[in-house]
Design a protein around this ligand. Structure first.
Ligand SMILES: [Zn+2]
Length: 51
């Protein structure tokens, strides 16, 4: 097999996503869902649409 080229990782499992609190607007970066915000609100992944 030829050496594979470096592909800029779209599927990098280590890359963080941005999560935004629906109540206070706090934004955190995390690789996994951060759970509940300090204010008690829920975070949603900004990379995904709300449905
Ligand atoms: Zn909050």
């Amino acid at each position: 097999m030829p050496h594979s080229q470096d592909i800029e990782g779209e599927n990098d499992p280590e890359s963080a996503s941005e999560y935004e609190c629906l109540q206070c607007g706090t934004i955190v970066q995390a690789t996994t869902h951060p759970g509940a915000c300090e204010c008690g609100g829920d975070f949603h992944n900004r990379a995904k649409s709300l449905e």
